[in-house]
Design a protein around this ligand. Structure first.
Ligand code: 0L1
Ligand code: MG
Length: 259
């Protein structure tokens, strides 16, 4: 990549995030394709790392058939997770530290071994997985009205903002994770239900797809990487005062509060 080529765009994204002020889609004012959008994402992450942050893994987005159809794509997108995005289970977050946050219940995979190549199987993903965790991802598009093109959302680090992790699940049950029922409640009211099978048929397939997408760029997943595999149900907008709780069979509960 040409050094500094995307600095101007990175500044715009960083400013939108810091000021909590949504911006018009970058594609309205700049020309970039999907490959270049990933280069913008990398440049933004590199900027954050220079400021002291640390990459801890990846999140997959647009993993449901409905979202892929809506965006007219046949493949999900990925973003980079940073240490600063991790929120403790049960933590209280200031609603005003976001622009227009939405929540998604997801299964998180923590890898115990490297995974590389374009032909990684679900079985290999599960074998390489050290443990699974219940998770809530908080997404917060930097774009006005949460509307964007595919290239826009890739550049915007796939709308990543924060994520919460629950307890670890170790042992045999991880093979059955696609069938674990999940109920998402806000202020005690059921807002969505589903199983991780909603994510590409099996969330391990989401990790395998990520390995493939990285392999095409000569990169790989590494032991210790965390992967958020994608929303089990559609993302739900939250309001100040909301208590968000995702309860998973076998994985337990994970919670976050907006105040
Ligand atoms: O995590 C997600 O599925 C979100 C990916 C980006 C699209 C969006 O912000 O809805
Ligand atoms: Mg997500």
């Amino acid at each position: 990549m040409e050094n500094g080529k995307w600095d101007g765009i990175v500044r715009i994204l960083e400013e939108a995030e810091k000021q909590r002020k949504a911006i018009p889609c970058l594609s309205l004012s700049h020309r970039f394709d999907i490959e270049e959008a990933y280069a913008i994402q990398e440049a933004w992450i590199a900027h954050k790392q220079k400021e002291g942050d640390r990459a801890v893994g990846y999140k997959m987005g647009l993993t449901s058939p409905a979202k892929m159809k809506q965006m007219n794509v046949s493949e999900p997108v990925y973003g980079t997770l940073l240490a600063s995005m991790l929120v403790e289970n049960g933590e209280r977050l200031s609603y005003n530290s976001f622009i227009h946050p939405r929540v998604e219940a997801e299964v998180a995979f923590l890898l115990g071994r490297d995974l590389s190549g374009e032909n990684v199987t679900e079985k290999e993903v599960l074998e390489a997985t050290d443990h699974l965790m219940a998770s809530i991802e908080i997404i917060d598009s930097r774009y006005e009205n949460f509307r964007f093109t595919l290239a826009d959302v890739v550049a915007d680090n796939a709308s990543s903002a924060k994520f919460v992790l629950g307890h670890r699940l170790v042992g045999a049950k991880k093979e059955e994770v696609a069938t674990f029922g999940m109920t998402l409640r806000i202020n005690g009211e059921v807002k969505a239900t589903g199983t991780p099978a909603n994510v590409l048929g099996h969330p391990a397939r989401s990790v395998a797809m990520l390995a493939k997408m990285l392999a095409r760029k000569g990169e790989r997943l590494k032991a210790g990487d965390l992967v958020l595999t994608g929303g089990i149900t559609e993302a739900i907008a939250v309001q100040p005062g909301d208590v968000v709780q995702a309860s998973f069979a076998h994985l337990g509960d994970v919670q976050v509060v907006f105040e």
